[in-house]
Design a protein around this ligand. Structure first.
Ligand SMILES: [Fe+2]
Length: 202
């Protein structure tokens, strides 16, 4: 059976976020890949025959419910770590993405303030900037845990992990705001632009 493959990331020294924390964080990513694969494997075992599918329905359904958590845990982190590769790069004035952000929120700074505030939503989860191919608009959204709140059919453009494991080793538990600020100091905007151009070209 085809398995999800764990990706590797070439992350340089970052502002504020230590190499040790990235190393630990990557272990958690690895766990999501492992468990996404494990669920698919176990469901295949439990559905080997029509009879076994019926007999194991409760266990299968619970694993199926769990799959969104593990899969999105894997995929969200691939976007996140990807943003930290290649060194910090700003978003150039006049770029297609910057103009799309300005068209939606009035100014880049207005969007940035909104997104940073979104990232400070209480609880564990993620701040997302999506591209909606149906309306050809950008949309900010909060995702609880790894998977509650994803917007159907929209492509992630920018993802920011604000689970406590992403920052408490380097910042105090109350230091989420400083972590969010540092994330933007480390962000390679060219990765966001690529996600946007891929999504808008579909
Ligand atoms: Fe994480």
């Amino acid at each position: 059976m085809k398995k999800f493959e764990e990706k590797t990331f070439n992350i340089p020294a970052l502002t504020g976020i230590s190499a040790g924390n990235i190393e630990e964080h990557l272990k958690l990513y690895s766990g999501y890949v492992k468990h996404a694969n494990l669920i698919i494997e176990k469901i295949a075992e439990l559905t080997a025959t029509p009879e076994s599918s019926e007999q194991n329905a409760y266990a299968i359904n619970e694993m199926q419910r769990r799959f969104g958590f593990e899969f999105d845990g894997m995929r969200n982190h691939e976007y996140y770590f990807g943003h930290l590769e290649g060194g910090a790069q700003t978003l150039a004035d006049g770029s297609v993405l910057k103009e799309a952000i300005e068209a939606e929120w009035g100014s880049f700074d207005a969007w940035l303030a909104r997104f940073k505030a979104l990232a400070l939503t209480r609880g564990i989860g993620w701040a997302f900037l999506y591209y909606d191919p149906t309306t050809k608009r950008l949309v900010n959204a909060w995702v609880d845990e790894q998977h509650f709140g994803h917007l159907t059919g929209l492509a992630p453009i920018l993802t920011l992990d604000v689970w406590e494991h992403s920052f408490v080793a380097d910042y105090k538990p109350s230091g989420k705001k400083a972590y969010v600020e540092d994330f933007f100091k480390n962000l390679n905007w060219s990765t966001v632009e690529k996600n946007f151009s891929d999504a808008s070209a579909r």
